[in-house]
Design a protein around this ligand. Sequence first.
Ligand code: SAH
Length: 413
Amino acid sequence: MTETKFPSAFLKRRASGRIIAGHPWVYEGEIDRIEGKAAAGCEIDVRDNRGRFVGRGIYNPASSILVRIYSRAEGELLDEAFIHRRLCSALRRRASFLGCGGAREANPNDLLKCLPQACRLMWSEADLCPGLILDRYGDACVMQTLALGVERWKRMIADYLTGSLGFKLVVERNDVHSRRHEGLDQVKGILAGEDPVVRNVIVGSALMEIDLLEGQKTGAYLDQVDNYQFIKAIAGGRRVLDAFCYQGGFALHAALGGAASVIAVDLSESALQTAKRNAILNGVEGRIEWRCANIFDMLHASAKEGVVFDLIVLDPPSFTRSRDRIPDAARGYKEINLRALSMLGEGGLLATFCCSHHVDSAVFRDLVLDAAFDARKRLLLRQVFSQAQDHPIVPAVPETEYLKGFLFEVMAD
Ligand code: SAH
């Protein structure tokens, strides 16, 4: 067995496959024994049942995920230099898809310059740094540290963001329920800088105001940005409904793409106030009607009145955060899709999304087809949507795949 100054967690034989294949979470029940003294937050080597090195992680006895693996390179220390390397490769990964010449050699500052103003810089398991999320909004950055391993690096990361990468503002959005499972508290606040409202940041193709401290998620739904661009490209001349519009991501892009009219609906009055300011920022204020309403009621009433749209975007919040609520969630998804489909005529388009990890793509597709059957509509599948490029999926970690969507066209009778 390799000598190490760190404790070792030995996996049960049956547990190893999933973890060796790339899943970084080691559950309590998967560990046969721990050798050496393991304390909360310490580095720990994960070994298979024969003692062979699998990876190095951080130990958290408060969580049912006892160890999260950060490195598969034997002997690699999980120190400040390690975090810098991870951040640099996350930036490089993103830059390399954006036609930035020399992304392989570039330093982090140059990489940042070629990335979009609003994008996810670091995404947890997908960037081999479980629990760490960094979202960029111009020269501001929002950080989430959702596991003990990265929580202890919080200050150091904030200093790196302001010191080496030149960010003027760093906001912490750790008001996330899942932190409770890690024994971490709910906190949000400003770690560096002052005003947490970014007033003129380009998200996709639209200018937006984003409140990094009070907005939903880290301020915006960056996972939808690629899909905003798609909607912009197809909205021309169409009567559009953006259901669950939040601060107007889809509605603004539809208007910018030349939609004939846009109605955008959300329950949140404060989100709509920001959305209205966003419309002004983009010079499309006369072309979007914002409505504060419950979508279920609004769709019901509009369908009854015989209202017709040419393009409907349905981007609801997750209707379920747990497996046992799937049947209720399925009813909700089916209902809104049915109502939306009934307001589309021949050639009408439905861009429908589901961000619940527990409802997979095949199940979601069947739900929409079920709705279409009840609405007596036959559908053509025109496009499959996923989460934006800066939220890459790790096939060995199913939890990284959560946003799915389809563009359906209503076929002729
Ligand atoms: N499409 C948006 C994100 C939508 S998030 C974007 O790209 O930015 C889901 C939104 O649904 C939230 O803004 C929430 O306020 C709203 N919402 C939740 N339940 C609702 C309901 N029953 N009726 C209308 N809006 C609802």
